[in-house]
Design a protein around this ligand. Structure first.
Ligand SMILES: NC(=O)c1ccc[n+]([C@@H]2O[C@H](COP(=O)([O-])OP(=O)(O)OC[C@H]3O[C@@H](n4cnc5c(N)ncnc54)[C@H](OP(=O)(O)O)[C@@H]3O)[C@@H](O)[C@H]2O)c1
Length: 433
């Protein structure tokens, strides 16, 4: 099976190494001999630390994808263009494609899934959702007949590393981020990770596959981790929770009985310490799936990095090659555009962190505001008051029972108006056990 590789950076170089190293085992197990035919890159003079024949590298990716001597294409360039056009051209010339490109699939996935089906070839993308963690194949195959209700994951290793350092070692957000950048976990511009956009793209892909409806990156509600403080981490500990950046895709029946909507969102949330996701630490990823018949499942592992990502790509490469040999393919269930549930309709418990004047009656005033919006308090903690020039101030944290997001937003407006509330420092959703 002659393989054409588009891109030879962090993932591509590791894939070249793996094809060479694992080739004999793959051949012994499947009878399939993977042969690297050509590699398209931007600069053919760059040293990639690989022992490659110079004739293998090309800067003409368009010619590579339509070369009739190449059977299967791997795209690890990234971004929308030229990746999209190259993949479409490869599919149209009857070649299966493997991609790790979450940005591309979360924006124009449906177009590519349809092109793959129209040409009767595979488009496989295990590495685009959670790196080496197998979640796309289980959702597409093992759980195809399952009534999946929720997919909830830690799918960004950078933010999980930062939050773990903050919780375990008392490091500030800024210091944990600089450390993640030094270690190569975070980009110099970390916005895609810390702002929740990378996790949002993965949430859109997982939602589309889990629920068989088109969900795109623009449908995902985002909040990043930049506002999380040591104060929140400390209160979380006191309440027996851990703060995690979660990507959540949920199927919800519509109240009038007319079908269902998909809620898809990324935000930092309080996860109870006895929930399996609370124990996912450092740069690890995990995806928790809830289905009507299967119950709860969790998939865990390395969500990024050249070698783990290349491992997932290699699995897809073998799968697509075997399918091509058998003249078959797995169509991606690409349904109609999803009906997206507004964040205002979210029902959740909430954590609220406040700074208040240490005056008698302040707590009952806070509770009174919540009560006017039908929100009841489950538990509340106050830290020792500290003096400042306007008098003593105290940090207070409370966790509510389940409330509607729109009621919570109205509550926050009213809390900020109270004379004794100096600041509403943070608001986080709280996940049930
Ligand atoms: N890195 C990870 O941990 C990870 C994890 C999961 C998914 N992914 C996904 O995997 C993909 C690749 O990521 P990466 O980290 O390997 O990226 P990367 O290190 O930036 O490598 C990109 C490669 O694409 C080549 N390239 C760029 N533009 C090209 C063009 N117009 N024609 C031909 N080649 C071109 C570059 O060539 P030059 O080398 O000549 O510049 C480079 O070899 C992305 O979609 C990413 O989201 C990465």
């Amino acid at each position: 099976m002659r393989v054409g590789l588009l891109g030879c950076g962090i993932v591509g170089t590791k894939l070249v190494g793996l094809i060479n190293e694992r080739g004999p085992t793959i051949e012994a197990g499947s009878g399939l001999r993977l042969e690297l035919a050509a590699i398209a890159v931007r600069s053919s003079s760059k040293d990639r630390g690989l022992d490659l024949d110079d004739s293998m590298l090309t800067t003409d990716a368009e010619a590579l994808v339509t070369d009739p001597s190449i059977d299967v294409i791997v795209e690890v360039i990234g971004g929308i263009e030229p990746a999209r056009s190259l993949i479409l051209a490869a599919l149209k010339s009857g070649k299966p494609v493997i991609t790790a490109n979450k940005e591309l699939l979360a924006n124009v996935g449906a177009e590519l899934y349809e092109a793959a089906a129209a040409n009767g070839v595979d488009l496989l993308f295990e590495a685009a959702a959670a790196g080496a963690v197998p979640i796309v194949r289980p959702l597409r195959e093992s759980l195809l007949g399952e009534d999946v209700r929720r997919v909830m994951g830690i799918v960004n290793g950078t933010t999980n590393y930062i939050l773990t350092r903050m919780a375990d070692d008392g490091v500030s957000y800024a210091d944990a981020l600089s450390e993640a950048q030094r270690l190569g976990y975070a980009e110099r511009d970390p916005t895609a990770d810390v702002g929740g956009f990378d996790a949002g793209a993965k949430a859109a892909i997982m939602a589309s596959i889990a629920f068989g409806a088109q969900v795109v990156a623009g449908d995902v509600y985002h909040e990043g981790i930049g506002a999380i403080t040591q104060g929140d981490i400390e209160f979380a500990r006191q309440f027996s929770y851990t703060i995690k950046l979660l990507a959540i895709a949920e199927l919800q029946d519509v109240a009038d009985g007319e079908g269902s909507e998909i809620g898809v969102r990324v935000y930092p949330a309080m996860v109870p310490n006895d929930h399996p996701l609370a124990s996912v630490r450092g740069s690890f990823n995990a995806v928790f799936v809830e289905g009507q018949a299967c119950g709860e499942l969790m998939f865990y592992g390395q969500g990024a990095g050249g070698l783990p990502t290349a491992s997932a790509v290699l699995g897809d490469l073998v799968d697509a090659s075997l399918n091509l040999r058998r003249h078959t393919f797995h169509p991606v269930p690409s349904g109609p555009r999803a009906r997206i549930r507004s964040i205002d309709a979210l029902e959740s418990a909430y954590y609220i962190g406040l700074t208040v004047e240490d005056n008698p009656g302040v707590m009952s005033a806070v509770a009174g505001v919540l009560a006017t919006h039908d929100i009841s308090i489950k538990t509340m903690q106050q830290q020792e008051a500290v003096p400042n020039e306007d008098g003593d101030q105290a940090r207070v944290a409370l966790i509510t029972h389940t409330a509607l997001e729109r009621d919570m937003q109205a509550t926050l407006v009213d809390l900020r108006r109270l004379d004794d509330v100096c600041d509403v420092n943070s608001v986080l959703r709280v996940i049930g056990s």
